[in-house]
Ligand binder design. Structure first.
Ligand SMILES: *[C@@H]1O[C@H](CO)[C@@H](O)[C@H](O)[C@H]1NC(C)=O
Ligand SMILES: *[C@@H]1O[C@H](CO)[C@@H](O)[C@H](O)[C@H]1NC(C)=O
Length: 321
């Protein structure tokens, strides 16, 4: 069985599982209702089928949102994918595509429907995934999860509640150590800052606050080094946005890249020789993750970031990252 649903209190559990083999395509999945439950990829933890196309649709009560928390995740990197949809599984609702062997952070829907689709190619499989899902009432921010090497203090996640993070010895905390569950302009319960990350003490990166500044790759304008893995977190006050403008950009196409999180789309991958367009955050933070492989070095990048003010003028001139 690919699905297990949990105990519900006042909702009936409906679930439907369709499993059939059509040619080489293995389909499975179903519709899940109920306060909480778990979803497992078929065959978990012994590996999912090749040629799988499985779609799960989670439906909450009207007005509630859905949070999914990954308990296990191993999907053949770059060939098999778990796609997430903020709503029914239509292209317009596509949110992100997950692959690889790292447990992703929790994800919360904006409405009362959330969908997941596993697609695998015709060779090689992996353990698959196990996900816990839960309906969130409008006054709950949900458990934001614990980053690798992090420690979470606090067990209540409703409006007004505060939680704190720290990192185990040998790691430094990047981001805001305290999160407060607040009500945003759209009347939804949200955490005021992103979950911090724990960065190994000897790696590059920083937490940047303040209205403006410059971020450059290591050694800029000389060549960056091989096997770099740097993370910068830029924070603004809740309600503000951050924009970033690149002035230089040169990396080994496809192998050395800068990943920008916190704008629309939620993850932007930058690589190669073109200076990227400006990027504007959609919340009060942006996270830059610079990764290089073990050969070929270039100049890297330099970027200027600025709080709200510049973001406003960019919008006025019609530029969008
Ligand atoms: C659903 O929530 C209830 C109450 O918090 C808990 O006892 C139960 O174990 C949960 N179900 C699953 C599948 O975790
Ligand atoms: C998976 O199935 C869905 C719905 O049945 C279909 O729309 C989609 O194109 C399929 N995806 C792949 C990769 O076959």
């Amino acid at each position: 069985m690919g699905i297990k649903t949990g105990v519900t209190f006042w909702n009936l559990i409906f679930f439907m599982m369709v499993t059939c083999v059509r040619g080489f395509i293995y389909t499975c999945g179903g519709t899940l209702k109920g306060r909480n439950g778990t979803i497992e990829s078929p065959g978990f933890p012994y590996g999912y089928q090749n040629g799988a196309n499985c779609t799960w649709v989670i439906v909450a009560e009207e007005g509630n949102r859905i949070q999914i928390v990954f308990q296990s995740f191993a999907v053949e990197e770059d060939y098999d994918f778990l796609s997430l949809y903020d709503g029914h599984p239509h292209p317009a609702n596509f949110r992100t595509r997950l692959t690889g062997f790292q447990i992703p952070p929790p994800v919360t829907s904006t409405g009362s429907v959330f969908s997941l689709r596993l697609t695998s190619d015709f060779a090689v499989s992996a353990h698959g995934f196990k996900i816990y899902y839960e309906e969130l009432q409008s006054s709950s921010c949900g458990n934001p999860g614990v980053p690798p090497k992090g420690i979470l203090y606090g067990t209540r996640f409703n409006v007004g509640d505060k939680i704190r993070y720290s990192c185990v010895t040998g790691y430094v905390l990047d981001g805001h150590p305290q999160l407060t569950c607040v009500t945003n302009a759209g009347n939804a319960a949200v955490w005021d800052f992103p979950v911090p990350i724990c960065r190994a003490e000897d790696t590059c990166g920083d937490t940047l606050r303040g209205s403006s500044g410059i971020i450059t790759s290591p050694n800029f304008p000389s060549e960056y080094y091989n096997s770099a893995d740097c993370t910068w977190t830029i924070l603004a006050d809740p309600g503000d946005t951050i924009s970033i403008i690149f002035t230089d950009f040169q990396t080994e196409e496809k192998y050395d890249y800068l990943e920008v999180e916190g704008s629309e789309p939620p993850t932007i991958w930058l690589s190669g020789m073109n200076v990227p367009s400006p990027i504007v955050s959609n919340k009060n933070w942006l996270r830059l993750h610079f990764v290089t492989d073990s050969n070929h070095r270039y100049k890297g990048f330099s970027a200027h970031y600025q709080g709200k003010l510049l973001a406003l003028s960019l919008h006025m001139h019609g530029f969008h990252g």
